[in-house]
Design a protein around this ligand. Sequence first.
Ligand code: NDP
Ligand code: 2IT
Length: 446
Amino acid sequence: MSEYVNNLLSKVKAQNQNEPEFHQAVQEVLESLEGVIAQHPEYRSAKILERMVEPERVIMFRVPWMDDQGEIHVNRGYRIEMNSAIGPYKGGLRFHPSVTLGILKFLAFEQVFKNSLTTLPMGGGKGGSDFDPKGKSDHEVMRFCQSFMTELFRHIGPNTDVPAGDIGVGGREIGFLFGQYKRLRNEFTGVLTGKGINWGGSLIRPEATGYGTVYFAQEMLKTRGQDFEGKVCAVSGFGNVAWGAVQKINQLGGKVVTLSGPDGFIYDKSGVKGEKVDYMLKLRASANDRVKDYADEFKVEFYPGKRPWGVKVDVALPCATQNEIYEEDAKELVKNGCNCVCEGANMPTTIEGYKIFTDAKILYAPGKASNAGGVATSGLEMSQNSMRLPWSSDEVDKRLHEIMTRIHDTCVSTAQRYGQPGNYVIGANIAGFLKVADAMLDQGLV
Ligand code: NDP
Ligand code: 2IT
């Protein structure tokens, strides 16, 4: 690591204490930008990196709400407006008890590069709350969402900041949030994405992140003359992203043998397909936090407290959450012959883990490239809202597919140009960075 990058990283750590995930995301990006910074002194003298690691704005607020028994609860709400150089802030909202400022800052930071890669005009942001949707009634979720939006509405807008879903925020929550925004502003606009189909949503948005991840993996496999036909795949998580990925893998002739949750993983030798894919939606909607129910329902093996990376597979798609593939998991995957790891989740692999993959020269894609299909389709939803014209699912899927192929090719050509052929981390970080950095130079000191 150069002295410049090392000093900057130390400063980020000192100024953002107790935010390990943010440090991790920044370290991964800074390390991979060394080559560009050396070649372009203008970025260094304009302090582009120093500006990029500092959010443009951080909003933190109290979210009081009442449960069905009349008891009052107080949660914390956040919106990180990270970078608006290439478009309005754009990124999801996460409702999960593990949410902290540092986790949302890491996600907002990643989002800046991801959104740049989509080629659509979107800046980066992220938000959420430590609210735990588990075990809450629909009415409780509604009251929470209404209270959350009662503060957030003054900071967002279709040309300012456009939130969407993430862990714990799906169609139901977006509906409650949108309703409250509309009521407070008296405006029907595309201020959120992931909306219902009858009120401004885009077809394919629910499937988009998972589909996009598989399209990306398909392109990676192609570079080695392979495809999904007959490939055995490990998927983690059982939520929105995992669900879309499983469907697309099945369509392409692959077989998914694992799903996971906070309680452990299931091993389904015959493949997660047909009614079992629909059952994933039930699991997600139950908010029980358990994947064991799948094993009970379909009489397959369940491994409590374990992650699925010890299973012998050809392709691994981590789709649950950050830091779920550690160094030892990465070694296990490589040892068992897995030759493609494509991230559906954000930063599911630790830095030590991804170095195992790159050293072993297997295909490895970082989430900011491979899971960009979700936000890209959010961008397409924004376009449809602006035109006031919806597209067919074939039209959206075709555009999604093209965008994912283009991101893939950009990663490959950028990695090649910077002397690291086949390194998707280098390709994604540099390509995502250049567009934002140049826009920041153009716009002066802001
Ligand atoms: P969902 O809420 O639909 O599902 C999340 C899944 O991950 C659930 O199975 C969830 O179980 C599980 N999970 C959450 N925390 C943990 C944990 N600590 N250990 C193990 N499993 C856990 O979220 P999404 O599918 O939308 O999001 C999954 C990942 O994909 C996240 O990293 C998200 O940032 C990323 N992503 C999402 C996009 C989107 O459009 N939705 C776009 C791009 C990336 P439970 O909730 O029961 O704990
Ligand atoms: O991490 C992500 O890219 C998302 N959760 C989707 C964000 C969006 O604005 O659609």
